[in-house]
Design a protein around this ligand. Structure first.
Ligand SMILES: *Cc1c(COP(=O)(O)O)cnc(C)c1O
Ligand SMILES: [Zn+2]
Length: 414
């Protein structure tokens, strides 16, 4: 194990890896822990030239897993980084990291695969999580691959596709009559009561460690050169915290020479972190915000990983930007039709964020920019249909006669 200990991001107190599983006992749910590594030791074990680009476990020397760890069989990570020249936005060098091709369709698989390894280490009988949908689907899928039992808490309003995945994967599904934040509270209480291993984001310190492999991969795919800017959509802040950690690891190792600027993109209807950033508020005392957005995966009134999320942006001279639901929906067909990558609303939000940042002059046309597409559009078909209909894109009904094909195409070209 190259991770040496855990450190509370509130008080700096450190804990041995066996000492605590989740949060700092002095700070309760706010006491988010950060895994600390012995980078000198890692340098003795591996070098950047010896790492093959294959899966998230290619970077296992930088992960909190023991030498004996058994990895779940589903192939997680090793996702494509596509050049997105036609998406453009006035940017000369733009790439899109396609996380929709993960086994359950979102970046969350990186964290859930880690949760399965950790649960196995602890010989947990049940693994639980609260989720807006994708983390749950990821946990249920990864758990199914190894025969691990799960109990999942999701808001009853989660998109149907995500609930269908849970049920098909065989999870015990609890649809909570309340918000995502309510589901989290209930899951934390139930987990403690019944002794389940808890994957919940911003509570389990290892989830951002799994997610950080997306940054390892981006740097690897760019020939071990950091981009100038990375755009990430943000709900709880675990992904953006992981993106920071991944690049931070590589700088510490000397595998890349500097950090990219990290941009967090939030929905106007779920803007806790963006508001705290703009107003210089303390994220530990700021009350939750009301949430209303089409992008269910980034709807979080009280982002659970807010300390890591603020650090990611503050320490890299990045920014938080917000985008409207209209801009999020509009981005879906733009991204899909110019790159072939079909994003769900929360994933399209990161591209809408690039647009917003360009309009505000926050990035230049020569900047090398990576936008992370965090989940597939198949997760939320009703939103995709709304998006294309608002964009004026529609299908044509034709009869079985050839003439009606010509007529439809003529109408299309009018
Ligand atoms: C979870 C999720 C996000 C946001 O990640 P956080 O860690 O909650 O900030 C963005 N997009 C998709 C598709 C997600 O599933
Ligand atoms: Zn503490």
């Amino acid at each position: 194990m190259t991770a040496s200990h855990l450190e509370c991001l509130v008080c700096g107190r450190t804990f041995g890896l066996e000492e605590v599983d989740y949060v700092c006992p002095d700070h309760g749910d706010e006491g988010i822990l950060d895994a600390i590594y012995d980078y000198d030791r890692i340098a003795n074990l591996t070098s950047r030239d010896s790492v093959e680009f294959e899966s998230m476990w290619s970077y296992r020397a930088l992960l909190p897993v023991g030498a004996e760890a058994a990895f779940p069989p589903l192939h997680v990570g090793g996702t494509p980084l596509y050049s997105a020249a036609r998406l453009g936005g006035g940017l000369e060098q733009l790439w899109i990291k396609e996380e929709g091709v993960q086994p359950t369709g979102s970046l969350k698989d990186r964290a859930s695969a880690m949760a399965i390894v950790k649960a196995e280490e602890r010989q947990a009988e049940v693994v639980t999580t609260a989720s807006t949908g994708n983390a749950a689907a990821a946990l249920a899928g990864l758990a199914a691959s190894v025969g691990q039992a799960t109990v999942i808490f999701v808001p009853a309003t989660a998109p149907e596709a995500k609930i269908a995945q849970l049920l098909a994967y065989g999870a015990e599904v609890l649809l909570v009559d309340g918000t995502y934040d309510d589901a989290v509270d209930l899951c934390l209480r139930a987990g403690a009561e019944f002794g389940w291993y808890n994957r919940t984001t911003g509570f389990n310190p290892y989830m951002s460690e799994g997610k950080k492999t997306v940054a390892h991969e981006i740097a690897h795919q760019l020939g071990w050169k950091a981009p100038d800017a990375v755009f990430v959509s943000v709900g709880d802040g675990c992904i953006i915290g992981g993106v920071w950690k991944g690049f931070h690891d590589l700088v510490q190792m000397g595998w890349i020479s500097r950090m990219p600027r990290i941009f967090g993109v939030q929905s106007e209807g779920s803007n806790f972190l963006a508001e705290a950033w703009e107003q210089g508020e303390d994220v530990l005392t700021k009350p939750p915000v009301a949430v209303d957005t089409v992008a269910d995966s980034i709807a979080a009134g009280l982002p659970r990983d807010r300390i890591k999320a603020m650090r990611a942006v503050t320490s890299t001279e990045g920014e938080y930007v917000t985008v409207s639901d209209e801009a999020i929906l509009a981005a879906i067909p733009v991204v899909a039709s110019t790159t072939g990558v079909f994003p769900e609303p929360a994933a399209a939000a990161s591209w809408a964020g690039v647009d917003a940042a360009r309009a505000r002059g926050l990035i230049g046309s020569k900047d090398r920019v990576v936008v992370i597409s965090t989940g597939t559009g198949l997760k939320d078909v009703p939103s995709a249909m709304r998006a294309v209909s608002r964009a004026g894109v529609k299908a044509h009904h034709v009869s079985t006669e050839l003439e009606s094909v010509a007529a439809a195409l003529k109408e299309e070209n009018k």
